[in-house]
Design a protein around this ligand. Structure first.
Ligand code: UDP
Ligand code: MG
Length: 139
């Protein structure tokens, strides 16, 4: 399994606010190559499956509502050390704690509506990429 890829979603709040272009600019300027990308909308079942690890958390219902309320941009990104470098680029889960210049600091509303997803491990990057893309959609 390649260890130089990560998976991201530009979440519904970022798409609603017209931030797709600005966020993709930052991602490209930070040295990530786009391997796969699409505008798509998750069903309730999709979001419950994607975030199954959080199903016992108090925010799970709200998270599923949020992630299904509109389209997202799903993408696979390639760079040396992609998973860790992308987590650095997006910043902390809560934008109030995110470093200056990070995507969440710049574009997120709150800890729940935080603009962007980034995989937390190589294994999850592979699982999440396969959840959204077939091999024919990866370049
Ligand atoms: N989330 C939330 N409330 C919380 C923590 C997380 O609504 O207290 C949402 C938020 O959208 C976050 C997602 O659940 O991005 C997944 O949480 P995780 O802890 O995995 O954060 P991430 O890996 O996205 O930084
Ligand atoms: Mg996470």
């Amino acid at each position: 399994m390649a260890t130089n890829r990560t998976f991201t979603m530009l979440k519904p709040d970022a798409v609603e606010k017209g931030h797709i272009g600005a966020i993709l600019d930052k991602i490209s300027a930070s040295g990530f190559r786009i391997v796969a990308m699409k505008l798509t909308q998750m069903t309730k079942h999709d979001a419950e499956t994607f975030y199954a690890i959080h199903k016992e958390r108090p925010f799970f219902g709200e998270l599923v509502e949020y992630m299904t309320r509109g389209p997202i941009v799903a993408a696979i990104l390639e760079k040396d050390n992609a998973v860790d470098d992308f987590r650095t680029l997006i910043g902390a889960t809560n934008p109030a704690d995110a470093a200056e210049g990070t995507i969440r600091k710049l574009f997120a509303n709150s800890i729940s509506e935080n603009a962007v997803h980034g995989s937390d491990s190589d294994d999850n990057a592979a699982i999440e990429s396969a959840f959204h893309f077939s091999g024919r959609e990866m370049f």
